[in-house]
Ligand binder design. Structure first.
Ligand SMILES: [Zn+2]
Ligand SMILES: [Zn+2]
Length: 507
């Protein structure tokens, strides 16, 4: 097993996206994006700062020294405290019939019929899979049941499966190719749960969505004789450890032309959305001093707690000079001491967030300067560690528009592209830097104060309504993915949008 050094902090997901103010984006003009209006407002227009994430109380990395040395650990990214969305979840209505494709239509309605048929046939089986995974929650890098169950399932559906993919015990890859050549659609299935509260982020739904999309696209390739390949990755440790970052670094996404996945969250009934997220990096600093009798010989001591105090104060001052959409938050750890002993050790954990990678690194450097200054002022030694950053989501605008058009016209989903950034973060953000990708959020019914990362959300993630929402969005993702394989002109536009996004520093 070459599982990376165990991460100890929870990272996050995109669930908080639905708690943010809904705003219509101008990025996709001309596409059908009806949803929230003054007549049909979002349940509440919450402030971005209400999305500030909770800090994890779990321990940080160990055994790594040296400034800027990459280490694998991540900060908590989500505040999923939940709001009042349950009041706006009506009884599920059937999606519109196939013939009702709206004025804008969809790509190849006959392919959509294939996708619909396959996923409807699979529905009870996927429901069972979802509940099995939900009933066997496994935290980061321990998704053995999910790994074995899902890889076996994909094998039984005609996929070529690689277990323990790229040296990760619980990663897996399932692929199917039809004909010769053609493009490659990538899909992701997350599997991990949260400590103590199980599948409180709904990754059981993400798992079966990936499975469903891959099998539906396989059927579409075969039925309509389109050459191409679909690759489904079982991606461990989204909540802590950045499984996708590791897979990315080891070449797990190299042969994909695009990659798609989805994530559940509270929100307006039968809705989905696409937006970016905050880039995030965890930092940890240890201050080493010298103990001494605090009264008899304080001059013989070097006070590590003073260093932490100065670092905290410096960052508190810094925070007033950063932009409103940047975040720095942290805690002092250390060990229990006596008031009459000069503390020789203190440990701090910080999370730095910003809308873009560049802004993140800039802010990170300013925070690091506070650590160094504190060490210098107190004559302590500082050891600073950096986690691998979660980059912000760079949702592909062409894929996003296609998904929205498909979902709105055919999947019983109303969708929007949002121009704001969710305060959450995800390891899929790093994937979106490397290849065209989309990561829609879809709404499931939740209880008040029962958003992602709450025990109530775990219950929501196993509800019948959540399953139906998952299946609906999977149909939209499958057809969007199929079009990438089947439509040269569409794929060219996807690539063009991807190349253009690299120059967009505001993204
Ligand atoms: Zn999640
Ligand atoms: Zn989560």
């Amino acid at each position: 097993m070459s599982t990376p050094e165990a991460p100890h902090m929870q990272a996050g997901c995109l669930g908080g996206i639905f708690k943010t103010r809904f705003r219509r984006s101008s990025n996709l003009k001309g596409h059908n994006t009806p949803l929230v209006t003054s007549d049909n407002p979002a349940p509440s227009a919450l402030r971005r700062d209400e999305l500030a994430h909770r800090s994890s109380a779990s321990p940080g990395p160990s055994g790594v020294s040296g400034e800027h040395k990459p280490n694998i650990y991540y900060g908590t990214c989500c505040d999923f405290s939940g709001k009042d969305y349950t009041t706006n979840w009506p009884i599920w209505e059937d999606p519109p019939p196939y013939s009702n494709t709206g004025s804008s239509g969809i790509f190849r309605a006959e392919v959509m019929r294939t996708i619909e048929y396959v996923l409807d046939q699979l529905d009870p089986t996927l429901r069972k899979l979802s509940l099995q995974i939900h009933d066997n929650p496994e935290i980061m890098f321990q998704e053995k049941f999910a790994h074995d169950t899902l890889s076996q399932f994909m094998e039984s559906h005609g996929f070529s499966v690689t277990r323990h993919y790229l040296g990760m015990d619980t990663a897996w890859r399932a692929e199917f190719a039809h004909g010769k050549g053609g493009r490659v659609l990538g899909v992701n299935s997350e599997m991990d749960a949260l400590p103590m509260i199980g599948h409180a982020c709904g990754h059981n739904l993400i798992a079966i969505s990936g499975v469903g999309v891959a099998i539906a696209v396989k059927a579409a390739l075969e039925t309509h004789n389109v050459p191409g390949k679909v690759v489904l990755l079982g991606t461990p440790a989204e909540e802590g450890g950045g499984g996708k970052v590791i897979l990315l670094e080891r070449g797990g996404y190299t042969d994909m032309d695009v990659c798609v996945m989805c994530h559940p969250a509270p929100g307006i009934a039968h809705s989905a959305g696409i937006s970016t997220s905050l880039a995030m990096q965890a930092m940890e600093v240890e201050f080493f001093g010298q103990s001494a009798h605090a009264a008899a010989a304080p001059w013989e001591g070097t006070n590590a707690l003073d260093a932490a105090f100065l670092a905290y104060s410096s960052i508190a001052v810094l925070r007033q000079q950063i932009k409103p959409d940047h975040r720095v938050h942290g805690v002092i750890k250390g060990h229990n001491g006596a008031a009459n002993v000069i503390p020789d050790y203190a440990k701090m954990r910080w999370y730095v967030r910003a809308p873009t990678r560049e802004q993140l690194f800039s802010l990170r450097d300013r925070v690091q300067a506070c650590f160094k200054a504190a060490a210098m002022a107190t004559s302590c030694r500082a050891n600073i560690e950096f986690g691998l950053p979660y980059l912000e989501l760079r949702q592909n605008s062409v894929l996003g528009a296609e998904f929205i058009r498909t979902a709105n016209n055919h999947c019983g989903i109303v969708s929007e592209v949002w121009e704001f950034a969710s305060a959450a973060s995800t390891d899929f953000g790093n994937v979106t830097y490397e290849l065209p990708s989309i990561h829609p959020i879809f709404a499931i019914p939740t209880q008040p104060h029962g958003g992602n990362h709450s025990p109530a959300f775990a219950e929501s993630a196993r509800s019948t309504e959540a399953h139906k929402a998952c299946m609906a969005i999977s149909k939209g993702l499958a057809l969007t993915g199929f079009r990438v394989i089947n439509d040269d002109d569409f794929f060219r536009k996807v690539r063009d949008a991807f190349e253009l996004s690299k120059t967009d520093k505001t993204h």
